[in-house]
Design a protein. Structure first.
Length: 171
């Protein structure tokens, strides 16, 4: 009798394995309920701290005509998974690495082409996980052929902005 039970369990496991979907499917979105819609509120500012606001003011003050400063831009809006990667799971995996991350500022020309991205590094960038994320951002920008510039809190933001705009005019 025990052997029949073992055989039945084995057959059920085999059938379950054979009848599982063989093709991976993209994740699906779901409709938000009323509670989910009520769970959000407006932030007071896009800037997380005073240093971000002061750097933005310096960038704006020295910005020449024809350029734009974008704030808190998602990596996925700047970078995309290469089209030659056809495996859907792999594409979703790579997309997952960038979709919820951002850079502090993006400098664009009038046509929206990214000229460079800026990261303001403060004390929150001085731990193991933050350093790993920073290294990842540095590497993917380099591999994509885009400039990612870093500035540390406490630096002279006006001087940085003036030099940045001089360099960008040469691009």
């Amino acid at each position: 009798m025990e052997i029949i039970g073992i055989i039945c369990v084995a057959v059920l496991l085999l059938l379950g394995f054979l009848w599982r979907p063989t093709k991976w499917q993209d994740p699906k979105s779901t409709q938000a309920d009323a509670d989910a819609l009520q769970a959000y509120e407006a932030r007071e500012s896009l800037f997380v701290n005073r240093s971000e606001l002061v750097l933005f003011a310096a960038l704006t003050r020295h910005k020449p005509d024809g350029f734009h400063i974008m704030v808190k831009v998602r990596l996925e809006d700047i970078l995309s998974v290469r089209r030659d990667i056809k495996d859907k799971r792999l594409r979703w995996q790579y997309r997952g690495r960038v979709k919820s991350r951002h850079v502090d500022y993006v400098i664009c020309d009038g046509a929206g082409a990214v000229l460079c991205a800026l990261e303001l590094d403060g004390t929150s960038h001085r731990n193991g996980e933050a350093e790993m994320v920073d290294g990842f951002k540095d590497a993917i920008f380099k591999n994509a052929g885009l400039r990612l510039l870093r500035i540390h809190t406490g630096a002279n933001f006006d001087e940085f902005a003036q030099k940045l705009w001089q360099r960008i005019r040469k691009y």
